[in-house]
Design a binder for this molecule. Structure first.
Ligand SMILES: Cc1cc2nc3c(=O)[nH]c(=O)nc-3n(C[C@H](O)[C@H](O)[C@H](O)COP(=O)(O)OP(=O)(O)OC[C@H]3O[C@@H](n4cnc5c(N)ncnc54)[C@H](O)[C@@H]3O)c2cc1C
Length: 435
């Protein structure tokens, strides 16, 4: 008697969606391969704390092999997917071709500069560890450069920080920079007063945190203003250069100088997604995300699924579900179950997203939280934010380390990961002001 070959499942992407899917196959009789171009899972919600020196990259990253070391049916492979041949059910990597019976794509999104991709060199977005450390270097180098400049105008340029996009990431970044300059760096310089640095937050909408209830947006705006963040709402960015941002608002333009500009304004799927969409005839939305079927399959391909940020899933509400971790994780769990039930010849369930709520922090002891019909702001919301984020950290020891780091930062106002570790070229350019 010959053994029936195991169902081969490939998951691409070990972010929130892919990792959850992989773990749901824990006890399944499948031959699972999890592929990622990185060897670690990244907890993106805390990237802004790396960008502002509160945490180190290793605190929010966990090696994929280590997470899955006890899952014997899963092989982890570091590699970059470059294409797909749906006719032969083969996934194409830079260095290999892998056959599959079921495929789950969970490759996430990248930044959208709305057709102005050249802005990315002046205003990095926050999506990877490298970008977080680049932003950290820019922010800290701006203070260093201001310290040695005599010309007050030049100095002010270095002491102006601009964040574009007032969604949760932009608000968290602006709040953290404001606290860095007001508390952490207070006694560190001799020629400048860090507290005098300007933090500007820009958005096209008429309020910050547009996905939250209006009252919570108003509370968040209040907290930001209390921290000294200047809000420019209803303002469209029309140009970014190496040290300027030009805004248009009510038919007037204004240009602001800064050497530390952060982009937190939009996302889109990458060029690989478009390639995969073309090879499967899957429609895309205007952010290039895949428009999947209600069971997350792509077009007529019943064995190819996509989940998480890379898709537009409008089947539940008529609107795409938000690009947040709980959506990706619930979709990962659902698709793993669909595959397992298919193998067992059982009927397919229907997907229904249950929102655990919406949270955003604005700084020390300030946050907003929407949990069902309940809405909070202030210390209670901040405490909920802390607990929820700690619980979501994948590895136990990282959870403990982050807890200790946060407690220390809270008591001392310190952010000990204030290292300028890369981006020497850009920092050199910034150094070229008059001394
Ligand atoms: C700064 C920031 C703050 C955020 N804050 C929050 C928050 O507070 N709460 C919340 O719920 N959500 C938050 N999010 C959103 C949340 O992180 C995403 O919704 C979630 O990561 C989506 O999961 P995913 O699995 O779809 O993709 P991702 O987590 O982005 O994972 C995609 C994976 O695919 C891999 N990959 C990509 N292309 C390839 C390829 N060609 N070959 C191989 N591997 C590839 C990547 O390396 C990555 O590991 C935040 C996001 C950011 C950027």
């Amino acid at each position: 008697m010959t053994n029936k070959p195991k169902h081969r499942v490939i998951i691409v992407g070990a972010g929130f969606g892919g990792l959850r899917a992989a773990r749901c196959f824990r006890r399944a009789n499948v031959d699972l391969t999890l592929i990622d171009k990185r060897n670690f899972h990244l907890f993106q919600p805390l990237l802004y704390q790396v960008a502002t020196g509160g945490l180190s990259p290793a605190n929010i990253s966990a090696p994929i092999r280590s997470i899955l070391r006890r899952q014997n049916n899963c092989t982890v492979r570091m590699g970059t997917v470059t294409g797909l041949d749906p006719a032969s059910s083969t996934l194409i990597l830079e260095d290999a071709r892998l056959p599959f019976d079921s495929l789950i794509l969970a490759t996430g999104v990248t930044h959208s500069y709305f057709g102005n991709d050249h802005w990315s060199q002046y205003a990095p977005g926050l999506k990877t560890v490298e970008e977080a450390t680049e932003i950290r270097a820019c922010i800290l180098a701006a203070f260093e450069n201001a310290e040695r400049l005599n010309d007050p105008h030049e100095r002010q340029k270095h002491l102006t920080f601009i964040v574009i996009g007032a969604g949760p990431t932009g608000v968290e970044m602006a709040g953290a920079i404001a606290e860095l300059r007001r508390n952490t760096l207070k006694h560190d310089f001799r020629n400048i007063q860090p507290a005098e640095a300007k933090v500007i937050l820009i958005d096209m909408a008429d309020r910050v945190l547009g996905s939250f209830h209006q009252n919570l947006s108003a509370k968040a705006q209040q907290s930001l203003r209390k921290l000294g963040v200047q809000l420019h709402l209803n303002a469209r960015v029309i140009n970014i250069t190496t040290d300027t941002v030009t805004l248009e608002s009510e038919n007037q333009t204004a240009t602001y100088h800064s050497h530390a500009i952060v982009w937190a304004a939009g996302v889109r799927a990458d060029s690989l997604t478009t390639k995969l969409a073309q090879s499967t005839n899957c429609p895309q939305d205007n952010a290039s995300r895949l428009l999947v079927n209600p069971d997350f399959t792509l077009a007529s391909h019943q064995n190819i699924f996509a989940i998480g940020d890379v898709i537009n899933y409008p089947h539940q509400t008529g609107q795409p579900l938000p690009g947040v971790a709980p959506v990706a994780m619930q979709q990962g769990k659902f698709v793993a179950n669909v595959i397992k039930r298919r193998i067992a010849g059982k009927p397919q369930p229907k997907f229904h997203y249950k929102s655990p709520g919406n949270l955003a922090t604005i700084g020390r002891s300030a946050a907003v939280a929407e949990l069902g019909k309940m809405k909070f702001s202030g210390f209670l919301a901040w405490f909920i934010w802390l607990v929820v984020h700690l619980m979501q950290i994948v590895q136990h020891h990282n959870r403990v380390l982050i807890f200790i780091q946060w407690a220390w930062n809270y008591i001392t106002f310190n952010r000990s990961a204030r290292l300028i570790t890369n981006n020497a070229k850009k920092n050199e350019q910034h150094n070229s002001g008059n001394e």
